[in-house]
Design a protein. Sequence first.
Length: 150
Amino acid sequence: MVTIRFEWVDGADEALGLPHYASAGAAGADLRANFEDRGQVELAPGTRALIPTGLRLAIPAGYEVQLRPRSGLALKHGITLPNSPGTIDSDYRGPLGVILQNTGDAPFTVAHGDRIAQMVVAPVVQAAFETGLLDDTDRGAGGFGSTGAA
């Protein structure tokens, strides 16, 4: 098990608690909107906003945190993360915010305490990059749709 250490941002509502797994088999822990003024933000269709969580975090070296949309918000309201999955690197120590976008056709209100996204902890492998001849494969340079019907 990996430990992620959190720190509250000044003015955050600590009563909302830390990210939480909703079930024993959940891969993602729920993140909540944590507005310093305990208010809300309305997202008009087609707009996006950075929603604060009231948290800062320390991720161990060799790991990242990925931010992902909540499926219910996406299906019912068109609320998604435009950079999904959003990556938080292990050396970042600033406030944790979630970029939400309304791709639906009606305004959507994000209220203080709402579950807005999921965070998944994942291992990171860094590669060495070099130039040289590439090996041949059956697919070769075939692009989008080249392995079957489009």
